[in-house]
Write a protein that binds this ligand. Structure first.
Ligand code: ACO
Length: 427
């Protein structure tokens, strides 16, 4: 097989090298395309474009495979913890016990936020969406931690990464507390990362909060499932923002903004709202027909994925976790029955089969989060909390890459050609 790709254009043939990764399709290296041919490629939405080299996460969308540093997501969700996965993503290898203990110690000691940050919260309306608060407050971290914004210093990059991972649960819990009008709770160092987050969210100063181990485990697993996902929209946003040399707090705020959209992180909120709107299983056929109707903007939220053309492996774990949480809390939610039936009907429908539309991670996550007690508006904030690990790991990988360049896509210009300015009285 040739290791060169040939392109014929303008009566000439050009050769471009092919690069092979450890898994996945080869890529055609077109870095010299413009210099050699004077032409660009056109790929809106980057459906065929590898924007970087990365050793973090591999997805085989056809087979429904997701690996972090080589480890399958199912194994990590079953046997690992969010802190261990965070260490793995940041440091390339799973930690031994003392490395993990040290990492947890460090993260635990960075969970408090600067006290002045509470004033930012007071500036928001009580009904502000938690993602609006997260965008603002996380961006504002750059104004508080000047000693970790020199991105050329690996030690400062490390501290900023630890700060972001550690403070995100505190910031998200504060957004929740502000909305419900309860006092902020300070982190408590004898709790786990996830237990701490649950207490800061659902605890009140008037009484002791008891972390329910099964809920803590489920929440931790949800965090694992959201930790990283290759070059998705928000991660690419973080990389693009970071490519200009912006500090990691600002870049993470950019990632949060991108994640907010209903086609990305906002889908779990949209999926649960949709399930409630459908209500009972007898209404499913009507909504399936709507999803298939080209003239109707309605889509089955939590279905379909840019990369997965098979069952999202995270959705498999999510579905199992719903049952565990329901058992632990002794709750039943008719919406879960609706979701199971909707999935079955969609998976047997020709439209969804032909387009390879399967449930994604968001289809079941909302049901679990709702059973735990989170309002739908918090769902995307929780996603942001967990994805911060992936964002900072990807950002670190990019900054450490000596070949890193500012991200600067080109365009196919379709506007007017050059014309002369016309004064206002002559228009
Ligand atoms: N319901 C109905 N039809 C759908 C759905 C859906 N959920 N998703 C895709 N389709 C159809 C499209 O209408 C399109 O049909 P066409 O070929 O006849 O025009 C075809 O399937 C391909 O869809 P695209 O939107 O072109 O695929 P793309 O890869 O750009 O989009 C996306 C992927 C945005 C996730 C899409 O499937 C979607 O909107 N899903 C619902 C939102 C959602 O669940 N997002 C969460 C993604 S996972 C995450 O961010 C963690």
């Amino acid at each position: 097989m040739s290791d060169q790709a040939k392109l014929e254009t303008g009566g000439k043939t050009y050769e471009f090298p092919k690069l092979s990764g450890t898994c996945g399709p080869d890529v055609v290296d077109i870095r010299k395309l413009y210099a050699q041919t004077g032409q660009f490629t056109y790929d809106p939405g980057f459906t065929s474009t590898a924007s970087c080299e990365s050793g973090l996460t591999f997805i085989d969308g056809e087979e429904g495979v997701l690996l972090h540093r080589g480890y399958p997501i199912g194994q990590l969700a079953e046997h690992s913890s969010f802190m261990e996965v965070a260490y793995l993503l940041l440091n390339k290898e799973l930690p031994d016990q003392s490395e993990l203990d040290e990492f947890i110690y460090t993260i635990t000691r960075h969970t408090m936020v600067h006290d002045q940050l509470r004033q930012f919260y007071q500036g928001f309306r009580r009904d502000a969406h938690p993602m609006a608060i997260m965008c603002g407050v996380v961006g504002a971290l750059s104004a508080f931690y000047h000693d970790s914004t020199d991105i050329s210093d690996p030690e400062q990059r490390k501290i900023a990464s630890h700060r972001l991972i550690a403070k995100m649960p505190t910031i998200a819990a504060m957004a929740y507390k502000y909305a419900v009008g309860q006092p902020f709770l300070q982190p408590q160092n004898d709790l786990s990362y996830t237990g701490n987050f649950l207490r800061m969210t659902f605890g009140v100063p008037a009484e002791e909060y008891e972390v329910i181990p099964a809920v803590e485990k489920a929440m931790d697993r949800i965090f694992i499932l959201h930790a990283d996902h290759e070059q998705n929209a928000s991660t690419s946003t973080v990389r693009l923002a970071g490519s200009s040399g912006a500090n990691p707090f600002a870049c993470t705020a950019a990632g949060i903004a991108c994640l907010w959209g209903p086609a990305h992180g906002g889908a779990n909120e949209a999926a649960l709202n949709m399930l409630h709107e459908i209500g009972t299983p007898d209404k499913i056929p009507h909504y399936i027909e709507r999803a298939k109707d080209k003239n109707d903007p309605f889509r089955l939220m939590g279905f379909g994925h840019r990369v997965y053309k098979n069952y999202d492996p995270r959705a498999t774990v999510m579905q199992k976790t719903v049952r565990e949480v329901f058992d632990a809390l002794d709750v039943k939610d008719p919406v879960f029955e609706t979701a199971l039936q909707l999935e079955e009907i969609a998976l047997n429908d020709d439209y969804f089969k032909e387009k390879k539309l399967f449930p994604n991670v968001d289809f079941y996550s909302g049901i679990i989060l709702s059973a735990i007690g989170f309002p739908t508006t918090m769902f995307t904030a929780l996603f942001a909390l967990a994805r911060t690990v992936g964002w900072v790991a990807q950002w670190n990988e990019m900054i450490s890459d000596p070949g890193q360049k500012i991200g600067r896509p080109r365009q196919l210009y379709t506007g007017p050609t050059q014309r002369d300015y016309v004064s206002i009285d002559k228009r």
